[in-house]
Ligand binder design. Structure first.
Ligand code: ZN
Length: 186
């Protein structure tokens, strides 16, 4: 009985071995292609999410806080600060990721404001920029493209001097940029 079983097994492989091997190879190739494609996808999104700090040698003037009320002397009221104020000797302001300029505007409280929409639900907003902006609505920018210069155009924070009020939105909500920008190695 044992021998017959073994023979049956051998016969099975003689008949179907080649087909089985071809099947295994097909699955292996399909898996390799699938993994390669998935890998490329994740590579792209990882690169996109490697944020650049928006100014060179940036110092934080006022940090993000969604709980601490800070008194705004200009507006004479208590506010939370849902962004980070950066300053630097070098006033150049850069896009933190690849993206598209989706809004350029101006108002007396925030000054010149540039909004850049990125992939993965992120939008970065740069306020208190100088009048000479280097981008327009609809422009495609790379991570590190200079969009303008930090200035004191934001009436809300005019006492801070030349600064960038930087806001990061994820799916429409302000998030703490400290969780995304590598401020230790800037
Ligand atoms: Zn601010």
């Amino acid at each position: 009985m044992e021998i017959r079983k073994e023979n049956k097994f051998k016969n099975f492989f003689k008949r179907y071995g080649a087909i089985a091997l071809a099947g295994v190879f097909t699955v292996a190739i399909a898996l390799t292609i699938a993994l390669t494609v998935t890998d490329k996808g994740s590579e792209v999104s990882t690169t996109n999410l490697d944020f650049q700090v928006p100014m060179n040698n940036a110092e934080i003037l006022k940090d993000y806080s969604d709980t601490d009320l800070q008194f705004n002397e200009v507006l004479n009221r208590w506010e939370i600060h849902l962004g980070i104020d950066f300053t630097s000797q070098d006033t150049a302001v850069f896009s933190v990721l690849d993206g598209t300029v989706t809004s350029v505007s101006n108002n007396s409280l925030e000054g010149n404001v540039v909004e850049i929409t990125h992939s993965n639900g992120f939008v970065s907003v740069y306020s208190s920029l100088a009048d000479e902006l280097l981008v327009s609505e609809g422009d495609t920018v790379q991570k590190g493209t200079q969009i303008g210069n930090a200035s004191n155009t934001a009436g809300r924070e005019v006492e801070e001097g030349n600064q960038l009020h930087f806001v990061l939105l994820l799916n429409g909500e302000e998030v703490d940029p400290n969780n995304y920008l590598d401020l230790q190695n800037k």
